[in-house]
Write a protein that binds this ligand. Sequence first.
Ligand code: SF4
Length: 363
Amino acid sequence: MIRKTAVGTALLLLLIAGKASQGERFEPVHEAEFYEKLERKMVRCQLCPRYCIIGPGQRGVCRVRENKQGKLYSVVYGRPCTIGKEPIEKAPFFHFLPGKTRIVLATAGCNQMCKYCQNWELSQSAPEDLPSYDLEPDKIVEIAEREKAPIICFTFSEPVVFYEYMCDIAKLARKKGIRTAVVTGGYINPEPLEKLCSLVDAIKIDLKGFTSEFYRDVCGSTMEPVLEACRIVARSGTHLELVNLVVPALNDDTTRIRQMCCWIRDSLGDTIPVHFSRFGPAYRLQNSPPTPVHTLEQAARIAKDEGLKYVYVGNVPGHRLESTFCPNCGKTVLHRKGFSVLENNLVDGKCRFCKARIHGMWE
Ligand code: SF4
């Protein structure tokens, strides 16, 4: 199925012309950048902490990287399964070009297996199971130009698994003055991440929980590489925001939330925007209740108590904590409702009322 996003009609018409067929086995199309060759035409992928060892004709855990005769290839390069146009606030990015439009795209595949994935139809599918488009990187940049979208955003499934495609789009976009942003689980090795940071303008990492057990039992992965990814992005100077989806009974323990906030403050800095988002039943957690709003408000209070300056409540349209408040004078510098910016009181990146600098990339 094609994900239904807020796609403009003109964009859809343009894309239908580039539609590829579904069901045929995808040929590996683009050699992977981070892997090593082993004996007997085996390869070891070095892109993410899984380090899959892949035999000829086989694919890695993410389903989109294939060993063809002893070389590792991406099978989704130039083959997004969804593309659309949305406000940047929907990412959510709240301190990065507010009110601007982003072209969003994703391919099939993911390197984590979160039981609550909101986009599991994309992330947990092989590319052949979904309709997709034939769109080389230059076509994506052309679409952004034609749609007058100043941002291209890699999102929905897991951009790490279409790394080479993402990097090539980002390089071309930068030449045209178009910004790029990544929405990721941050399950990626340091070397490819450092290169990615040099190519894109903003990265949002889902810090899914703050215990190894949560990562192991709910996401099928490990926590430490994600913490290291957060440190690397923060050090790089690439704009960073964090999202913590709060799932009742799984990661809503207030002691852990406090530990996470202290770690963010001490390891990344107190100006990193942090979004506590509401969980809704999905995928393998269909029977879990949505997160009570007071749980999110409690998490936000803990974050403020621990000194984080920009704290948000997400997936609760109309909530007061969708807006950005000046940490100096407390006035509203960006008044949001849902994904709309209703009032912008920033002048040259500073609060219009007290002139304090507000952390972010505003222009
Ligand atoms: S990116 Fe895919 S193939 Fe590579 S190590 Fe991770 S899961 Fe395995």
